[in-house]
Design a protein around this ligand. Structure first.
Ligand code: FE2
Ligand code: FE2
Length: 250
């Protein structure tokens, strides 16, 4: 498969977010344009009371929401890989890994957490500071695993001797990142918020928005959400009700 075709299928270039943006725009009909109108940046439309503001911590937490949706695809894929590896299209996993790379690792982790959140929390009093080194090490391990997933899924089919190692790597990644994001949501972001005054938080909220626009040239969250929804629907995972637990034994 040539690299142009691969980029089209993947939707996100390894080199950056450019292809994510063009893929989303290319796929955006009138409905896509309407979604992009509801960005956090824009003022109220006629008849609306006021624009809804997204705070810096809400921004970080909803980014975790996108990453958790990616983790769900990984988790479902490990089950399918073990049942019937041929039923897992490598392209779909590659798209998820690329989204995790561009939106999770290169933007959320590198541009926000490692620059603004971790250094402040590390100096703040309390238990949160003690988590920062492990969280940083987990970012690094996550990137290694993403490299591995990308290397395995670039082929048109997953080699039989790679099926179990890939399933294990995905499982370990999901386990690590679920807990990682939960600790950030419940310990790290609240500690960062306490250590930062309200005025500075407001400024940083705007700064994060600027960084997002610099990185993606548009609303990165909206684009990543749309991309994630496309991936879920291509894999038959977009119906939330399919995850409703069965009733317990009576
Ligand atoms: Fe993190
Ligand atoms: Fe995070």
């Amino acid at each position: 498969m040539d690299s142009k075709r691969r980029q089209l299928i993947t939707g996100i270039s390894l080199a950056g977010a450019g292809v994510l943006i063009s893929a989303c725009r290319a796929n955006s009909g009138p409905a896509g344009s309407a979604t992009n109108e509801n960005t956090k940046n824009e003022g109220p439309k006629a008849g609306e009371e006021e624009a809804l503001e997204v705070t810096a911590t809400e921004d970080l937490m909803r980014e975790h929401g996108i990453l958790r949706r990616a983790l769900l695809v990984y988790q479902e894929s490990t089950v399918k890989l073990r049942q019937d590896a041929a039923s897992v299209p490598p392209d779909a996993l590659e798209k998820v890994a690329n989204l995790f790379r561009v939106f999770g690792e290169d933007y959320h982790e590198r541009k926000l957490e490692e620059v603004f959140i971790f250094p402040t929390v590390k100096k703040a009093p309390g238990v949160a500071a003690g988590y920062v080194d492990v969280l940083s090490a987990q970012h690094a391990r996550g990137r290694e695993i993403t490299d591995y997933v990308l290397s395995i899924t670039k082929a048109d089919r997953i080699a039989s001797n790679s099926v179990e190692p890939l399933a294990k790597a995905l499982e370990a990644f999901v386990r690590m990142y679920e807990h990682h994001a939960a600790v950030e949501d419940t310990v790290i972001f609240p500690a960062w918020k306490s250590a930062t005054g309200q005025a500075e938080l407001d400024e940083l909220g705007e700064k994060f928005e600027e960084i997002e626009h610099e990185q993606f040239g548009d609303d990165g969250y909206e684009m990543a959400l749309k991309r994630m929804e496309e991936i879920e629907s291509s894999l038959g995972l977009s119906n939330l009700d399919m995850f409703t637990a069965p009733a317990p034994p009576k």
